[in-house]
Design a protein around this ligand. Structure first.
Ligand code: GUN
Length: 299
């Protein structure tokens, strides 16, 4: 059976380190890290995520600010708020929760966030830095950054000679994940819905990252024996066996099958999920260190 990669425990380690770094920053007389989270509209899943981000920020000792805006908020109003946060020296990280209502151009909103406060790593400047290997100063998107920490726990920092297959080509996960693996010397393939013979390709992967958002798409016999499997998917599916109207969370991988073949695997829930918020805290404390003219901590 595969080693189960405990994302909750690694995330707790990251949050502990962020707390200690925050205390050190205060001891040096610098401004404590400030994180502003902006949510527009009433999407229930987004509200849960945002509440959790704000709560963890407070737990880390951050100055935590949340703007909860009605769905009718205009793009102009939102851009004005971002402009004010960009200019506010008590704020080191700005996160605008996605998705945004249809009348707001999300791309424009993201590109308005000052790159040095873009703790989501979605601004072109940060995407470009990651793509060119400028990892020292880039903000890397939180989910792939967290996935990479889990991979390093199993495989070490240098992944030379390993084949990585990333299934999914989103800007939030697939593409930045592939760039991180490339920077760590993997041979990387990005697969997607148009890929020919995905099962055969997946079987070449020493590191297989599933980020498609399709429940249990990746079967056990797609996994190379001994592979490290990182399941980024969080899908809610009906679970009538638990009672009427009940549901359960599953990943993009058939966990029970893959765990019999893989060398190590992340569970869902409790794998990549907890890492996302932890890395948001890591990016925010790093931003505060840089703003204070101090060397940016690494995780
Ligand atoms: N919505 C789902 N995931 C994310 C994320 O990582 N960042 C933001 N801003 N919104 C999201």
């Amino acid at each position: 059976m595969a080693e189960v990669i405990d994302g909750k425990s690694v995330a707790e380690d990251v949050v502990s380190k962020v707390k200690a770094l925050t205390a050190e920053l205060s001891a040096k007389g610098a401004t404590r890290p400030g994180l502003a989270v902006v949510i527009v509209g009433e999407d229930p899943a987004s509200q849960v995520y945002v509440a959790s981000k704000s709560r963890t920020a407070k737990e880390c000792g951050f100055h935590s600010l949340q703007h909860t805006l009605p769905a009718e908020t205009s793009e102009e109003q939102l851009l004005k708020i971002i402009g004010d946060l960009n200019a506010d020296p008590s704020i080191h990280g700005i996160l605008v929760q996605l998705p945004l209502p249809g009348h707001i151009d999300a791309g424009k909103v993201i590109q308005t966030i000052a790159p040095e406060k873009d703790v989501d790593g979605f601004h072109f400047i940060n995407v470009g830095k990651l793509g060119t290997g400028e990892l020292e100063s880039a903000f890397v998107p939180c989910t792939p950054a967290g996935s990479m920490l889990l991979i390093q726990r199993v495989r070490g920092k240098d992944l030379s000679g390993l084949n990585a297959v990333v299934v999914g080509r989103s800007n939030i996960v697939g593409k930045p994940m592939a760039n991180l693996l490339l920077a760590a010397n993997c041979t990387v393939t990005i697969a997607h819905s148009r890929t020919k013979d995905l099962p055969a390709l997946a079987r070449t992967a020493d590191i297989l990252v599933a980020a498609v958002g399709r429940p249990e798409m990746i079967k056990g016999d797609w996994v190379k024996p001994g592979a490290t499997v990182i399941d980024v998917g969080i899908n809610r599916i009906p679970a009538p066996e638990k009672g009427e109207g009940k549901s359960r969370l599953v990943g993009d991988v058939v966990y029970a099958e893959a765990a019999g073949v893989a060398g190590a695997i992340t569970p869902v829930p409790g794998g990549v999920g907890p890492m996302t918020i932890a890395m948001l805290m890591a990016n925010t404390v790093a931003s505060a260190y840089r703003a204070a003219g101090l060397k940016r901590p690494s995780f």
